[in-house]
Design a protein around this ligand. Structure first.
Ligand code: ZN
Length: 132
């Protein structure tokens, strides 16, 4: 298993991690396989979405915050109940194909760590599996 440390900058923050993951994949020299990506945290998540226009990320963050406000009527009293809910909705893992030593993503796709209770140092775990 490979581990990457990511420093987030704000309470809610989407940080693109495509290049760090791609670099680790390239060092493995895999002709065909899978990259399983996981975050071991309860208040952040992972998503794949557009990395060209930053307004897409802004819209996702604003809509999530409208649906799940920071200050709601929650049972969990740590002050981060909304972060746990956002994290569960976004999810904690992704799987991306690897072909010819490279992650197979669509033209406009990037991999994002989604911080919902930052700033913090987060870990991303990778399991890279060769299928040949
Ligand atoms: Zn909590």
């Amino acid at each position: 298993m490979e581990k990457i440390d990511i420093q987030t900058r704000k309470r809610i923050d989407f940080i693109e991690i495509t290049n760090q993951i791609e670099q680790i994949v390239k060092n493995k020299n895999i002709k065909s396989g899978l990259c399983f990506i996981f975050v071991p945290h309860t208040t952040c998540g992972l998503t794949i979405n557009e990395n060209a226009d930053p307004s897409v990320r802004k819209d996702i963050i604003e809509k999530l915050s409208q649906l799940i406000p920071e200050n709601g009527n929650y049972s969990h009293t740590e002050g981060n109940a909304d972060s746990h809910i956002k994290s569960s909705i976004i999810g904690h893992s992704l799987t991306v194909f690897i072909e010819n030593n490279s992650l197979q993503l669509g033209t406009w796709q990037g991999i994002y760590l989604c911080e919902f209770d930052g700033p913090r140092t987060r870990q991303v775990w990778l399991k890279i599996i060769s299928s040949i």
